[in-house]
Design a protein around this ligand. Structure first.
Ligand SMILES: Cc1cc2nc3c(=O)[nH]c(=O)nc-3n(C[C@H](O)[C@H](O)[C@H](O)COP(=O)(O)O)c2cc1C
Length: 300
C-alpha cells in the first residue's frame, strides 16, 4: 500500500507539529467539483498555490545550486522565493525567465539594501523580500554573517525601501498583529508569517499567529505563511487557518538534496495533488474557497 503523505513528518518541531496535529479536517462531498489549482500572486497566475520558500546555500544540498533549484520549482509550476543569494545567481535564474525573487538581508548598510533592490528590479525579479527575523542573532547581537552585517530597521526605513521600487516589497518573519500593521503602513505588498524554522526559543507556530494577523491586515495585502508544511495536508490546514498562500522550504530542500531539480518538481506536484485531493473532498473548488470552518481544533 502506498504510504500516506501525512503518516510521517520529517522536520519535526514540538509546537508546530502539535498545532498541525490539533487541527481536524471536516470532509463533505455533495455538489463538489474537481478543484482548479491555479494561483494568482501579484497579477501572475501559477499552476500551484504551493510556493518555494526562501532558501539559501543551495550548493550545500545539490551541485546544481540555486539555478538547479529554481528550475525544479519552475517545472513544478511554482514561484521561487530565494533566501539570500548573490547578484549573479539571481541574474542567472531571471535570465531563464523563472519567476523568482530573493530575500535581501536587513543589512546595517542601508545603501546596500537600496542597491540590491535596484539590482533585482533591473534583472527582472518578481518581488523583493526582507527577513526581519534576521536582524538579531539568538544572543541578541546584530547578525554578522559572511555576506554582511545586519542592523536596525525602523518603520521609515522599511517605507523607504518599499517606495523605492515598483516591485512588490515583501516582509518576512511577521508573527504579531503589531508588526503586520507596521508592514502595511510601510507599504509592503505582502507579508510572510514565519518563525524562520524556530529561530528563537518557544516561538509561536505560524498558524497559531495567523488569526490576529489576518484581522490586523484586513485583506489589504496577501498573508503568506511558511513553517512545517510538508504535504498537501499541512498546506490545506494553513489555508483553512487563513493563509492566502503557503510556502515550503525544508521539504523541497530535502528532495533537492536527494534527487536534484527533478525531485523538487516531483515533490511540488505531489504536494499539489494531495492538496487538490483534500479540496475536492471538502468542497473547495479553488484555494480561496477553503474556509476556516473546514478545520476544527481537537479538544481531546
Ligand atoms: C538552509 C536554509 C536556508 C534558509 N535561508 C533563508 C534566507 O536566506 N532567508 C530567509 O528569509 N529564510 C531562510 N530560511 C528559512 C525558510 O525560508 C523558512 O522560513 C523556514 O525554513 C520554515 O519553513 P519550512 O518549515 O518549510 O522549512 C532558510 C531555511 C533553510 C533550511
Amino acid at each position: 500500500m502506498a504510504e500516506a503523505a501525512h503518516d510521517k513528518r520529517i522536520n519535526s518541531n514540538l509546537l508546530v507539529d502539535a498545532f498541525f496535529d490539533s487541527l481536524m479536517i471536516r470532509y463533505s462531498y455533495i455538489d463538489n467539483v474537481e478543484p482548479c489549482m491555479d494561483y494568482e500572486l501579484f497579477g501572475k497566475v501559477y499552476k500551484t498555490p504551493i510556493l518555494g520558500a526562501a532558501l539559501g546555500l543551495h550548493t550545500r544540498f545539490h551541485e546544481s545550486g540555486s539555478l538547479g533549484y529554481a528550475r525544479g520549482i519552475a517545472s513544478g509550476g511554482s514561484v521561487n522565493f530565494n533566501g539570500w543569494i548573490e547578484d549573479e545567481e539571481l541574474e542567472a535564474i531571471c535570465a531563464e525567465g523563472i519567476p523568482s525573487a530573493r530575500g535581501v538581508k536587513p543589512f546595517a548598510d542601508h545603501d546596500r539594501i537600496y542597491q540590491c533592490i535596484e539590482h533585482d528590479e533591473k534583472c527582472g525579479a518578481i518581488a523583493v523580500c526582507m527577513d526581519l527575523d534576521h536582524i538579531f542573532d539568538v544572543d541578541g547581537r546584530y547578525v554578522d554573517a559572511p555576506y554582511g552585517k545586519c542592523g536596525r530597521q525602523t518603520l521609515p526605513d522599511l517605507r523607504g525601501y518599499a517606495s523605492s521600487t515598483s516591485l512588490p516589497f515583501i516582509l518576512k518573519g511577521i508573527l504579531t498583529a503589531k508588526d503586520a500593521e507596521k508592514a502595511v503602513e510601510a507599504g509592503a505588498a505582502a507579508i510572510i508569517v514565519s518563525n524562520h524554522n524556530n529561530r528563537f526559543p518557544s516561538m509561536i507556530p505560524p498558524l497559531a499567529a495567523l488569526p490576529e494577523i489576518k484581522k490586523a491586515v484586513a485583506g489589504q495585502i496577501p498573508v503568506l505563511v511558511d513553517g512545517g508544511i510538508e504535504s498537501g495536508v499541512e498546506a490545506f490546514k494553513a489555508f483553512a487557518c487563513g493563509a492566502d498562500g503557503v510556502m515550503v522550504c525544508r521539504t523541497l530542500m530535502m528532495a533537492f538534496s536527494k534527487g536534484g531539480p527533478q525531485a523538487v518538481t516531483e515533490k511540488l506536484i505531489r504536494m499539489t495533488d494531495e492538496l487538490r485531493g483534500i479540496m475536492a473532498n471538502t468542497g473547495a473548488s479553488c484555494v480561496s474557497e477553503i474556509r476556516t470552518d473546514q478545520v476544527v481544533r481537537r479538544d481531546f
